[in-house]
Design a protein around this ligand. Sequence first.
Ligand SMILES: Cc1cc2nc3c(=O)[nH]c(=O)nc-3n(C[C@H](O)[C@H](O)[C@H](O)COP(=O)(O)OP(=O)(O)OC[C@H]3O[C@@H](n4cnc5c(N)ncnc54)[C@H](O)[C@@H]3O)c2cc1C
Ligand code: FES
Ligand code: FES
Length: 1350
Amino acid sequence: MADCCLPGRRKGSGKDFPPGKPPIETVRYASEASIEEDIAAVTLAVNSEQHQVLRRDLRDGGVPTDVTPTTTLADYLRQYQQLPGTKTMCREGMCGACVVNVTSVNPATGQMESRAVNSCMVPLKACHDWKIETVEGIGNRKDGYHPVQARLAQMNGTQCGYCSPGMVMSMYSLLKNGGQVTEEQVEQAMDGNLCRCTGYRPILDAFKTFKVDADEKTKKIVRDIEEASGCHGNKRGPCQSTGSACAGCPRASMTAADDDWRLPTSLQQAITDLEAMSVGGKTIRLVAGNTSTGVLDKYEAPSDGYISLLKIPELRVIKRPGEKASKWTPRWQLPGETKGAVFGAAVTLSQFIKELDHLSGTPGYRHCAQMAKHLRVVANTPVRNAATWAGNLMIKYKHRDFPSDVFLLLTAAKAKLKIVEGKNAEEMSVEMMYNISMKNKFIVSMTLPPIDENKYIFKTYKITPRAISAHAYVNAAFVIPFDTATAKITEKPTILFGGINDRFVHATNTERYLTGRSLMAEATVKGALTTLLDEVEPHPDPEHADVAYRKRLTGNLLYKAILYTLGDRVPVRLRSGGDDLTRSTMKGTQEFDTDKTLWPVNKAVPKLEAQIQTSGEAEYVDDQPALPGELYGHYVLSTMANAKIGSVDASKALAMKGVRGFYTAKDIVGKNQFISLSILIPIFSINPQLITPQQVFAEDMVRFAGQPIGLVVADTKAIARRAAALVNVEYTQVAAPVLTIRDALKTQPDGRRQSAYCPLNVVTGDTDAAMASAPRRVKGEWEMGGQYHFTMEPHTVRVIPCEDGQLNIYSATQGIKHVVDVVSDVVNIPAHKINAEVRRIGGGYGGKISNPIPIASACAVAATKLNKPVRMVLDIENMIEMCSGRFPFMITYEAGFDDTGKLLALKLHMITDNGFSMSTLGFLELQEALSAVSAIYRTDNWNVTPGTVKTNLPINTSCRAPGTINGFAAIETVMRHIAHELNMDPWDVKKVNFALGSGATPPPPLTPNDEKVFSMMIKEMFEKGDIDARKADIRTFNKANRWRKRSLALVPISYHINLAFRYPALVSIYDKDGSVAVSHGGVEMGQGINTKVAQVVAHVLGVPLEQVSVKPNNNLVNPNGVVTGGSLGSDMNCMAARLACEVLRERLMPFMAEGRPWLQVVQYASGSGVNLSAHSLQPPTTNRYSVWGLCAAEAELDVLTGEYRFNRVDLYEDAGKALSPLVDVGQVEGAFTMGMGVLLFEQLRTDPKTGRKVTNRAWNYYPPTHKDMPRDFRVKLLKNNVNDVGIFNSKATGEPASCMANACLMALHQAVAEARKAAGLKDWITINSPSTAEYTQMACETTPEMLVIT
Ligand SMILES: Cc1cc2nc3c(=O)[nH]c(=O)nc-3n(C[C@H](O)[C@H](O)[C@H](O)COP(=O)(O)OP(=O)(O)OC[C@H]3O[C@@H](n4cnc5c(N)ncnc54)[C@H](O)[C@@H]3O)c2cc1C
Ligand code: FES
Ligand code: FES
């Protein structure tokens, strides 16, 4: 071990370091910590550089610091070390943006261990002695990229790029631990990383190239990784101290513990520390993985002291059964102590799982396989790498309603805990611990005794709203003493449930009931179910699934456990009821054509920014380093809807050290009111009278919970957040909030009629007469919820006052103009004095159209008041509560049809929930919904009308495929309802109703070519998708399985694109080298607009793509451009760029000559005074075209739990001649995933009393993970089609595929119908969206009487 990197040892005031490169110091102005406080030194290596956070003793004249016990590693890296590659979003271990690799010594084994962890939950002070690797450290432009980064970029695994560094570090960590990986391991390792853009497929594909049986080329990359995963010293050059190559980074020596943060290295020391520190009733926090901060204690007030458990060998020990005690085995030997496998309290869940896997091969420990399987769906890999089993038990200790899986498993396994207080130790069951005071006590270890697998069946369940990384609706564990010869339950079984209420653990009566009975008797099963359902009383909670579902699940899980226990004693068709719904690894294909004559347009190139995104070098707003004196804002949001504000008292907040101000509506010198995207009012002839303006800060009334009331500004984000919580607001609620369309209709009956605000409709023929004479009719209602955009980059803005009263604004916005216009009004300065720039944003999907406007305005108020730069990055809770989301819809319909399914008359009314006011975007939403409803099918006698209501929610906004996804869902529901009534296959009903091929004149924008495309798509889908044969297989499967149902649904779309906005572009050619720069009016948010614009510029000017770079969007080039959205941004900005390039080409034309190289042409022209910059504006057009799509989805439903998976999805989309096929495939997959989210998984729940959104965290709001995606996902861009209206014959791809996720919804609903049929229920049932496992299961209406075993 070279000593070149040994950390400096502090002497006196800490200036004394060995020669060579001094450690990096963190020295900041004191903020959260009292400046009198001593701060312990932390020594760590970050990307092979030694860092030391110095202990500052101000009494010695030291320099104050702001590193406190709650400072996280993520903050340290981003804010203090300018390593912004590591991102943060949720700060609770759910999104994975913050993943870094940690290598540290396990004090029990002395071995180095390496793992991925969430840096957002790791306290910096816990990192003492750790080696941290961040995305910048493993590869970068200077040193070369790491193969993981390169593969992800090259294989199109990044769109907005905000999730990419976290993805890279999870994969890197997996490889570092072995190098040879399987597909399963890759998917498991990525279970803690969310991506909102890509649909995961390309990310998994890129990472699976590292698998063990990969080809030779891939193997070489794996070898490179193994080399790279060692010491980085070679790459970084010789050690500055010794001049020789670095031989590795030695561990730093321990630093002394100090008052507030102790790092004991023995259990005895920890016990002594705890005793000493807790004197006087002080609250001392034991810190293991600290992941509980992500569960419940996220913003908990700091404790009086902290004891880290990570360096205590006794707590990290694992002792196998019969193994001799090691020197670290705790010394307490209790009489009659339980024998078995021993796990120290700081053993992580990952280590626990690994050991359980090992134990499961040993007689008496076979049940460990089930425990390990269950634990693999607890939290996610980076969390489990830090989280300890003991910490988990203690979360439940504090919060009894926490559905702890660890508690459930250890209780079922009859584990024994050893608990120590001072010199005393005692052994007790897990349940017993919940009856004693744990004050000043340690859990030291847990013993897992053997269970005789010949006598006991051990089975557990965890039913979740999505496949992975979610806590349970209900979890359950069964230990059934089962005599295989007699099928009797020989003694009292163990039946445990979580997620019921804070007291319920054992189903005691049911346990008693089952004792001694034969499981093969129907009466036993009936009796057990009746007893169970009598004793289970789930606690109602707006944040959780409905009481009825949770209750029903308990019965169904007991039944599942019985089927599992009985195995092949039950009839074959019941057996799959005892199985878990598993998910194989994901695979997919992508097909597209390319026309070389257009290259680089239509060429499959990686995204321009992909490489800098995967290496963390791409800059987002919050990555910009802070200016000296930069301050941080945090909102004070209303906690109640529909209330009058009585008083706002910020005195306590203002008294906090480091708080610089508190601003409300009173501080606004200009206008507090604004209308988002008012530019659309004249474009769409919207009646402005109907629109209530929004306010930057509420004045005397809060309409919705989450409405901004004020802004606290402070030296750090943490201080601002804490101070904001101290602002006291008194409210008087005017009336109970109206939170749903159904409620709103009670007082706003006009919502059921044609809206005055959106006078559009589809009215053809004589609907009333046709309806009256139709031989058959159905009527129905269907609701679809909203959607939080869940951009991985949080809402962020920086406002910087500068010379001449100007403001520089860096806003993560999709619409620069709209931000500038409103800020100008709010702070009362002319637009020309605002300099706004957007380089890129980390995802938008519509969420950054209107939401950034008030955020930038509030920040501008504070910045101008204080004349200081102010930055605001919203926490996820604030984002979900405050920000607008997708419009919820309610559809009512009546359809008249004949026996062939032909629709003779349709009355359909679509009602949107606008939030508290009508808005410009609400108008567009309805317009789009109307266009989708009538896009595919004949509209002979139709009366389709839009309606609206207002609720006490934020004004809603566009979200990917706004309105259209709802419109398609509505009409597909009608088709399915008709099919149900006629007992027909829905596809057969659709076929007789298609507008194309029916002889009717297709309505614009359809062209005769569309007819060709549509029929080609159907033909190919049926042939290649093997649709008829698969449907036949599904029928056989459904007959053979009572508790599993499959279904295959086909949904066609025709998505209309209107090129109705305007966008500019500025293209400059440099006479130095002929290279080209372009700035356009669109915002790069992952959709690949920059790549497409660059491809077009390169094509039109005839230069290589590498010679084109794209500059940030700013309000000098783009003063009046409209928001980027609606799929048309890429089309129209490419058009703008083409216009500018054509102007330039014309100017260059006189200088072009046969054989004259480009550079010469440019230089001759420049020398002759030709202007080599051209600015253009692509004006709005009346041009429209249609994007065709067809999707076939196959669903499989677990009838007893409501969980589902999609076995296969085939998706065809007509992208014309795709501008950039790799980018376009990515857009299609990503859009589809967002559609799956809103239709299936993402439920926003509100508190009916306050109106507050209670699903306001990544912990309880669930976008799809990669395991929720179709297991086999086949995407095809149809063969180069023509599209005269689109640029270079291309079509937009950003949104249409969202609507094709309706195929998943329809397949799932059909599977439910199959389950109902099997239950003898033939009537139609409506399942609203999101069709979560909860709603799906409830719709099956499985009753206890159906739970039979014969
Ligand atoms: C994103 C996410 C998802 C999750 N999903 C699930 C899930 O699905 N199911 C589930 O069951 N859990 C879940 N968890 C909970 C997770 O398992 C716990 O956060 C973790 O196990 C806590 O361990 P820790 O070491 O981080 O505890 P810490 O956060 O370090 O400590 C938690 C508490 O325990 C105390 N403590 C720690 N060790 C000891 C000890 N030895 N003796 C006495 N007190 C001690 C601490 O003082 C603190 O009060 C999830 C967590 C996250 C962040
Ligand atoms: S920011 Fe750490 S997991 Fe989301
Ligand atoms: S690329 Fe994954 S969130 Fe945007």
